[in-house]
Write a protein that binds this ligand. Structure first.
Ligand code: ATP
Ligand code: MG
Length: 139
């Protein structure tokens, strides 16, 4: 069993697709082990996306991520890191496969509805960034 961090980004919350995104996870057999809605400060967004701090899109991305509430979830399941990335689709929605979350709901390469951890190490860091052990259920 594996865990990953999922975020429904401010654009996804604003588009009223929280339920739609969660439905796709549950239909795929993924279980939600923790969930909350929060609004990040700029400092918190920079800390979360620290790996991207040298990228040209870092300032815009962290502004966007603080622009409204987000839904943060711990997902649990077999191969859930890869499985979630598959449901999300490519970063650039124009390259995302049909039927993926980003293909269906993204606005542009930045406002792409969802975040998902990309490896076990980043999943561990990202889950710990938002949740403590007591807030995560065993599903
Ligand atoms: P995420 O980490 O959010 O799950 P990802 O792993 O598919 O997405 P990353 O390369 O980690 O993509 O980029 C993080 C986020 O930064 C992207 O999801 C997107 O919101 C934004 N981003 C990535 N590339 C660009 C770009 N070229 N221009 C603007 N924003 C970008
Ligand atoms: Mg990433």
């Amino acid at each position: 069993m594996e865990r990953t961090l999922s975020i429904i980004k401010p654009d996804g919350v604003a588009k009223n697709v929280i339920g739609e995104v969660i439905k796709r996870f549950e239909t795929d057999g993924i279980k939600i082990a923790a969930m909350k809605m929060i609004q990040l400060t700029k400092t918190q967004a920079k800390g979360f996306y620290a790996v991207h701090k040298e990228r040209p899109f870092f300032d815009s991305l962290t502004d966007f991520m603080t622009s409204g509430p987000i839904v943060v979830m711990v997902l649990e399941g077999e191969d859930v890191i890869a499985g979630n990335r598959k449901l999300m689709g490519a970063t650039n929605f124009e390259e995302a496969k049909e039927g993926t979350i980003r293909k269906d709901y993204a606005t542009n390469i930045e406002k792409n509805v969802v975040h998902g951890s990309d490896a076990p190490e980043t999943a561990a860091f990202e889950i710990g960034y938002f949740f403590n052990d007591l807030e995560i259920q065993r599903r």
